[in-house]
Design a protein around this ligand. Structure first.
Ligand SMILES: [Zn+2]
Ligand SMILES: [Zn+2]
Length: 181
């Protein structure tokens, strides 16, 4: 049998050794049957969603990812952010910003970013579609809109006949819709 080197996803956030793809997870070299000096691993399946090698690598580089296609055991599909916290635990978090209208939490949904108080008696109308003129809003975009009222950078959008153009997105003064600047 040929010995091919293992697939390395990145460095262990706990001990700095390599994180290797195994048959069921991504595991620190120090958390193997032969070396038990560390206990870090990430399951390949998080909330019933299979993680890609690139996603695991980004998490190991300290990135927070906005991902779709998670599901609960009752089959309900949801979107969420993922990151690795300081203790080396994977954190699944759908709460991504503070609502600029009411101060409630903004959650990422499958189609939009929604204020938690959308259904509350005082109904907060804050909702931002995740896809805006052909641009898929990133986590940095929505967090910039909620915290500063504007995206940190220009985004690439498309016209109805497919031409690309670049503008920053800003919240209207009433904070109920997006305007392009
Ligand atoms: Zn380790
Ligand atoms: Zn709100």
């Amino acid at each position: 049998m040929d010995e091919t080197p293992p697939i390395v996803a990145g460095c262990c956030p706990k001990c700095g050794k390599k994180v290797i793809k195994t048959c069921k997870d991504y595991r620190c070299e120090g958390a193997m049957p032969t070396d038990k000096s560390c206990d870090f691993y990430i399951s390949s399946l998080i909330c019933n969603r299979r993680m890609s090698d690139n996603e695991i690598s980004a998490l190991l580089r300290g990135k927070t990812l906005l991902l779709d296609g998670f599901s609960k055991n009752d089959g309900k599909i949801f979107s969420s952010t993922l990151h690795i916290d300081q203790s080396g635990q994977i954190v699944v978090n759908s709460k991504i910003a503070v609502c600029p209208r009411c101060g409630g939490a903004v959650y990422v949904g499958t189609k939009a970013f929604n204020c938690q108080n959308q259904m509350a008696p005082e109904k907060c109308p804050f909702v931002i579609w995740r896809n805006y003129s052909g641009h898929e809003l990133s986590l940095a975009d929505i967090q910039g809109l909620c915290a500063n009222g504007v995206t940190p950078d220009e985004v690439t959008m498309l016209t109805e006949d497919g031409k690309q153009y670049h503008k920053r997105l800003m919240l209207s003064p009433e904070k109920d819709k997006i305007i392009k600047i």
